[in-house]
Design a protein around this ligand. Structure first.
Ligand code: F6R
Length: 240
């Protein structure tokens, strides 16, 4: 695992977007998995800017959504689906058959997980996975105590995730479960990048990089990825 420190959030976002652009240029039908949340906002903006400025054909690229809040409709502005459509798929005109997101309203969530695992397998695996980190060290909705070998699964959300997660929604919302790609997918991906910015993330980044790997702090698994990177701004790196 390699840590790269950028001057600010914009530089971090631009560099992360370049990773996607570079991959799509080399492999137009690449499989890219992205987290939603506040951290990847800048990355999405930069991907859209670069694709347009450099006239890159991104139409063959496959996009996998990392996770979703169970029971939250995709039209809800706090859903992960809304994030992807609003910040990436619509600006880039990505066609529906290239978008693979969990249906968190399905009455067969385990079936949704199997479907996602099969899609990833059929597409030849994930080439690049870009994830954020939660205040409890989660990646996607892989909460503390998660089995590192899991593929897609449904999980009960940790208290911290339920509290912090309120920030995405217009009003208070009852959250209890998540559907997520597992850390098995992260480890199987050709390349994994964890991104974080801001002083609030400094402690979890320090734990990710410096503490012995333990499933009570899922992000530590980045240390084990053969092509794993932690991209942070100076604030998130401030206690490394
Ligand atoms: C969201 C996701 C979460 C977030 C994490 C950080 O799809 O998978 O694990 O990446 O909670 O969220 P932000 O970026 O909002 O601080």
């Amino acid at each position: 695992m390699e840590v790269k420190i950028f001057d600010d959030y914009d530089a971090l976002s631009q560099r992360t977007a370049e990773e996607v652009i570079k991959l799509v240029k080399e492999k137009p039908d690449a499989v890219v998995c992205l987290a939603s949340g506040n951290t990847p906002l800048g990355t999405c903006e930069w991907i859209a800017k670069k694709v347009k400025a450099e006239k890159i054909d991104i139409s063959k690229c496959n996009f996998i959504g990392l996770d979703e809040w169970v029971g939250v409709p995709k039209e809800n502005t706090g859903s992960c689906s809304y994030f992807f459509h609003h910040n990436l798929f619509e600006p880039l005109n990505i066609s529906a058959e290239k978008i693979f997101l969990f249906d968190a309203l399905s009455n067969d969530l385990n079936g949704e997980c199997k479907k996602m695992d099969n899609i990833i397998k059929e597409k030849g695996g994930i080439d690049l996975i870009i994830v954020g980190i939660g205040m409890n060290g989660h990646i996607g909705f892989n909460e503390p105590g998660v089995d590192f070998s899991l593929l897609s699964h449904v999980i009960s959300l940790h208290e911290t995730t339920i509290t912090v997660g309120q920030k995405y929604f217009a009003g208070a919302i009852k959250l209890s479960k998540g559907i997520t790609l597992g850390l098995g997918h992260l480890m199987n991906a050709q390349k994994a990048i964890l991104i974080a910015n801001g002083k609030a993330k400094a402690e979890v980044i320090s734990k990710t990089v410096n503490e012995p790997v333990n499933n009570n702090f899922p992000a530590g698994i980045m240390q084990k990825h053969p092509d794993g990177f932690v991209f942070v701004d100076k604030d998130a790196a401030s206690i490394l």
